[in-house]
Structure formats: C-alpha cells, structure tokens
Design a protein around this ligand. Structure first.
Ligand SMILES: [Zn+2]
Length: 94
C-alpha cells in the first residue's frame, strides 16, 4: 500500500534544486518552492523533478537514503585488511 506525498522543489544556493517532501522542516522555512506533484516514491518524484530542472538533489532531511537505490558494492572490493605483524617483542611504554 503506497501512500502519495506532495513533493516540492526549492532553489539551492549553488543553482541546483532540492527535492523535498511536504512537511519537511527545511521546506517550511523556504520562501520559494515549487510544487511538482503528488507522487508515491522519492525515485518517482526525482524523475518528475528532473523534467523541470536538470540539477536536482534530494533533501538530506526529509528524503532519507532508505528510499534511494543502494550503491552497488563490488564483491571483489571486499577488503582483506592486511594486519601488519610487528615483532617488537620487548616494546614497553613507561
Ligand atoms: Zn526536505
């Protein structure tokens, strides 16, 4: 069961636009905001937002990373951290 949310775009200082969900505390303080539509997912809202503006980023406050696609983790890059073996047999701190 998906619930729709109202999404807004706010201009950011560097010329990009920030995507917000209605009710966001950041959004409340903004003077300029543009309603882009009632959508079900952040992904969907982002797609719509990018039709209007080329540079759109998600608000880190209301659009948490849980809805974003997780970055792919390369299995091969799993680190085997080499543990340096040190042979300071008699090292002491005094
Ligand atoms: Zn927000």
């Amino acid at each position: 069961m998906l619930k729709s949310h109202y999404f807004y775009l706010c201009p950011d200082a560097d010329g990009s636009w920030v995507l917000h969900k209605k009710g966001c505390s950041v959004l409340t303080g903004k003077r300029e905001k543009r309603f882009i539509g009632s959508l079900y997912t952040t992904h969907q809202a982002l797609a719509v937002a990018r039709v209007h503006q080329t540079r759109v980023i998600c608000c880190s406050d209301c659009l948490t990373s849980s809805e974003r696609p997780a970055p792919r983790q390369a299995e091969t890059q799993r680190k085997k951290a080499p543990v340096p073996l040190r042979h300071y047999g008699n090292e002491r701190k005094e």
